[in-house]
Design a protein around this ligand. Sequence first.
Ligand SMILES: C[N+](C)(C)CCCC[C@H](N)C(=O)O
Ligand SMILES: O=C(O)CCC(=O)C(=O)O
Ligand SMILES: [Fe+2]
Length: 421
Amino acid sequence: MWNCKLSHLQSKLQALLKGGVICRTLQQPNFKSSFLLTIHRYHTVSKPLNCAWQQHEDHFELQYANTVMRFDYVWLRDHCRSASCYNSKTHQRSLDTASVDLCIKPKTIRLDETTLFFTWPDGHVTRYDLDWLAKNSYEGQKQKVIQPRILWNAEIYQQAQVPSVDFQSFLESNEGLKKFLQNFLLYGIAFVENVPPTQEHTARLAERISLIRETIYGRMWHFTSDFSRGDTAYTKLALDRHTDTTYFQEPCGIQVFHCLKHEGTGGRTLLVDGFYAAEQVLQKAPEEFELLSKVPLKHEYIENVGECQNHMIGVGPVLNIYPWNKELYLIRYNNYDRAVINTVPYDVVHRWYTAHRTLTKELRRPENEFWVKLKPGKVLFIDNWRVLHGRESFTGYRQLCGCYLTRDDPFSTYLQLPSDV
Ligand SMILES: C[N+](C)(C)CCCC[C@H](N)C(=O)O
Ligand SMILES: O=C(O)CCC(=O)C(=O)O
Ligand SMILES: [Fe+2]
């Protein structure tokens, strides 16, 4: 182990002269001040530790795991996991962040094996494992996806031969549940079969993975073409692909459908992977993808039928992406429920219509359409933040039941499943 107090260039040269350059050259950031840099490089003969760090005036720079990371000093103090700063039983911060001096700088920094020690002006010591820092750095997160997915068109989905899960195994075994959740998270749709065709059994399925999200449509709902509510869903008409509850500030995470009865023709369900279509837009017209992710729109539900008086307004762009890694996490697409666009200047609005057309064309490509006829016993779960649904017009008596689910709970269910099943 060695360290040296030299300018960047000098230390690079010295490292070269010494022969054993284990670390890649640090990328030189733009410095505001011209103070001397302290570059610490670490390697041992037996176990090379690919690590180098520098204490800058306003940040700490770490090169480790092939990544150059920069950490703000307040951040480093704020994330201290010592017993007085963090309760590891509740996984909650005890430190009052507002008590940290915004100009804080460590008095000393040292590395022991794989742990960095920061000693702060008041003597408090914060230790960080290098792997923890690498995992939790901005630079580390930037390279990661939050949710791995398999994007599909009809052919990809059909070729994948994703199996349905049996009702019994879904309810009674961790294996069945895990298989179901894995498929659901990867593809955004999943089926359970051999379900007794009742609303109660459908509810039991839903409650196995999540909490039922009660909405203006109730907790569990069942509907037929009786126009009991002021919405086209309650007719026999075809419905083009869309996501539901775009008019909520947070659209429902999951939609569950169970067709309890259909005596008639038509009524097939259409499923389209909205993220696959959006990915095509990103490839073909990245500036249109960006516009769809930036322009916020309103969606609206106005109902005045009998006792049902509702007026909901939800605001957000069509494509919602995480700003740090540009990963798409929510598509809000419902041309029926889109409200008046009055928050966008005319020239932007025109470009927005062009981008919306590009996305719509992708969503409407026949090869992206997966059609399925829902039958009693076969329950469909749809990720309403990703996969669009629609339906063919129909004749006769058709009864559908289902519910909306929260989004956070199925993830929590999945994360808690034992890893060995
Ligand atoms: C599912 N259920 C029949 C209860 C409601 C249908 C809601 C339809 C609405 N236009 C939307 O897309 O949100
Ligand atoms: O009737 C159907 O198959 C689905 C209608 C619909 O889009 C909905 O209820 O959200
Ligand atoms: Fe719908």
